[in-house]
Every structure is written in C-alpha cells, then in structure tokens.
Write a protein that binds this ligand. Structure first.
Ligand SMILES: [Zn+2]
Ligand SMILES: [Zn+2]
Length: 165
C-alpha cells in the first residue's frame, strides 16, 4: 500500500519523465527541421527550370542574315537592317563534313522544358524541334546527320525587375 506521500512522489517523477520525453521530442523535431531546411537550400536553383530568357543569344534575320546579341525571348523581332525580315533566336550547329549552319529557334507559349516549338536549319523548312522518336530534329541539310552545337551557352544574369514609376 502506498502512502499518499509516496504516490505524490511517484506522480512527480512521472511528470518529470514526461517533461524529459517532451524536451527530447522537441530536440528531434528541431534537428529534423534544420536538416530539411539545409537540404532544400542546397538544391541547385536550376531545379526551377531555365528558359530561353536565362541566356544571351544571337538573334538573326531570316531574310538578310543580320545578327545582334541579346537576351533570348519568345517570338520574333523586326529586323532593323532590312526592315522586311524577322529575327529569330539563332544557334550555330556544325556537321563534321559540311561546316557550320545557323539554326533558327522559335519559342512561343507552347514551348515546354526550355525547348523551342519549331526550328529551321539555314535555308531549310521550318520543322518540329523533336521528331516522332523524340530525337532533336537538327540535321545537316547535305548529309542528314545530326548536327552538334557549335557554340557555348551564355547564361544571362537574372532579369531586371520592371522599374516602378
Ligand atoms: Zn534583315
Ligand atoms: Zn553534313
């Protein structure tokens, strides 16, 4: 039989145990939260998905071949030289046998995963970026071999925020 005094002591020690367990739980939770946060902060920002806006690129006029360097964007822009042609994002690709070709890229609202919607190799026809087998459809106009990129990507700094009036 426990005396009232003994049971008080028992209750007190049990309360002390609960407090210790509670503190341990909080400590474990804090460690987990810290690890979770550092895990996410270490993820590369590329996970957000890079787009044509994140790179400097050559813009080339399909009519006269005039070129300028600027940040990539969707769509086309008017040619300041011939006034008639349209400029597209243009990346150089090479065939080991037949040299380097300009490849025009068209980006629009349907572009996914940073891929253009349509491409055009030099004076060829506009065509889909990927063929039926999901291979990149950039082939040499002379021998039909897949072309290789002949320039490095030029990452652009984060886009400036529009100035407030
Ligand atoms: Zn032009
Ligand atoms: Zn070739």
């Amino acid at each position: 039989m426990t005396t009232p005094a003994n049971s008080d002591v028992g209750r007190a020690s049990r309360r002390k145990q609960l407090i210790v367990v509670g503190i341990l739980c909080l400590a474990v939770a804090a460690v987990l939260a810290y690890n979770y946060r550092t895990y996410w902060s270490k993820r590369p920002p590329a996970a957000k998905g890079r787009t044509i806006y994140d790179f400097y690129t050559t813009w080339r006029c399909v009519a006269c071949g005039y070129e300028l360097e600027d940040r990539g964007a969707e769509g086309t822009r008017p040619c300041p030289k011939c006034q008639t042609g349209e400029m597209y994002v243009c990346i150089r690709f090479a065939c080991p046998q037949h040299g380097v070709f300009p490849v025009y890229y068209l980006y629009d609202s349907e572009s996914k995963h940073g891929d253009p919607t349509r491409i055009k190799v030099a004076d060829g026809e506009w065509t889909a970026f990927l063929d039926e087998d999901y291979n990149i459809n950039i082939c040499c106009p002379h021998c039909g071999q897949a072309l290789m990129p002949a320039e490095r990507s030029r990452p652009a700094p984060p886009a400036e925020k529009p100035e407030s009036p």
